[in-house]
Ligand binder design. Sequence first.
Ligand SMILES: Cc1cc2nc3c(=O)[nH]c(=O)nc-3n(C[C@H](O)[C@H](O)[C@H](O)COP(=O)(O)OP(=O)(O)OC[C@H]3O[C@@H](n4cnc5c(N)ncnc54)[C@H](O)[C@@H]3O)c2cc1C
Length: 503
Amino acid sequence: MTKPTAPIEFGGDTVRPRWVSPNITHNGDVLLRELTAICPTSTHISDLAEHARDWWPLAMRWALQSQVPQLPLVVVSPRNTDEVQRVMSVCATHDMPVTVTAGRSGVSGASVPVFGGVVLNINELQGVVSVDRHSGVIEVLAGTFGPDLEREATKSGLTVGHFPQSFDISTVGGWVACLGAGQFSTRYGKISDMVVGLEVVLADGSVIRTGGAPAAAHGPNVTAMFIGSEGTLGIITRVWLRAHDIAPVRRKAAYFFPTFTAGMLAMRGALRADATPAVLRLYDAVESQRSHGGDGTNSTLIVLDDGEQEIVDATLAVVDRYALAHGATRTTEERVDHWLAHRNDTSGLQALTKKGFVIDTMEVAAPWSQMAAVYSGVCDTVMAVNGARGVSAHVSHSYLDGACIYFTLVGTTSSREINEASTDEHQALYLAIWNAGQRAALAAGGNLSHHHGVGLNRGRFMREAMGEAFEVLVAMKRTLDPHDLLNPGKLGFPTQRGPVPFA
Ligand SMILES: Cc1cc2nc3c(=O)[nH]c(=O)nc-3n(C[C@H](O)[C@H](O)[C@H](O)COP(=O)(O)OP(=O)(O)OC[C@H]3O[C@@H](n4cnc5c(N)ncnc54)[C@H](O)[C@@H]3O)c2cc1C
């Protein structure tokens, strides 16, 4: 059974919250007694601290000073849907905020319990429950990690095809809650394309089941309301996923392009011709040189497809034609093997964080017509921030009408020492780089997020990104969770529980 992996160790012996604890009025002893009667609970400081943070880079920096964003009162670990339901009912009675944590691999602070309260650890709900081999539908509990799901799927000759970089450290429920995308998404789609139905515990403790058929026309899609809701509308306990037969053939190819723009034009051409190789990733000059054999001026495209021989051959032939038409030269497919071998290695991120660098990634989606503008807009605007040291990007997931562009943003403060003053400076630069980068992406025609979600870090941009449509989400939140119990302070939702950091 896989478990969460902490992003970075704490820098000292005593862990303390960075934010002032909110004024939660409750009868703590009664609450703990009632919760402990339902399922395992913990108030041990090490459990509270680990469940108070995720892979949000700002929280990783704070960890170096033994700080977490906030501490919950208690971590509860229900073992089935019934226990989740009962925990939710008790918390509703005590007006106690409930934040679900799963793999805690989120990079936006989504699982941080902003107002303390109860953290509901979903990891005890693990395992594949059933496989409908004939239809290719897998029923799986929400706290199941990627490797455990695929291991079971493989036994039936199936794959879900969802392979995020965080595959080893994230869960099915977390993928759904964050509307994630795997590295093979150009063939298999985003998680939203894979979900057949959900079991969800609502804020009042009731349980609903959604979906269940390959397609439907009975009103707006209720399943979709919970996909991407980041724990704010309900607790996902069970997921039905559509799975593919394991592909018999894999082929790879790689190219150098004279420019990033030429590479994007070739990708667009292939996608517009309905060629959808599982992996199609284009690196700008900086990233090509750093990791993909580039000479500092050219861009690298790597291509990989899985499927039946005829489909894979045709797909790679179309990509090859568009690549050559846009000035590419073929390079060795070992570049794809190199990517496959290193694609989930995050040691560089931890090392740079420990050295005091401001570092994060920002992924946005844009129509093909705006991709070049988003790239140059973000690069130019971020580099104008005092302290910014580098911006690079790759195109990571492609669609008929556009793609995801994934930026790496780096900055340095005046001192690399880790102390309270330098951490404040670090935080200020981090926010300045994000404000510049995100607003430049929006101004150039990109969206707010392609797959990392909103969490805490991007809540302040929700209204400007969504306009009046955001009010529809607010209305949904008020209807489904009128007492604001579920993950308050996230997704930019207004809350009466107190001030939300960085809102
Ligand atoms: C190194 C690295 C690489 C990454 N690469 C990718 C990538 O390629 N693609 C991608 O999409 N993401 C990626 N991510 C981001 C992250 O892994 C995803 O957002 C993932 O889906 C989060 O899942 P989790 O189980 O870790 O959830 P958590 O981080 O524990 O929770 C995330 C949010 O979902 C909510 N939540 C979790 N489970 C449930 C549930 N059962 N019911 C209701 N709400 C729930 C939480 O309350 C929280 O708001 C990456 C992260 C890291 C650290």
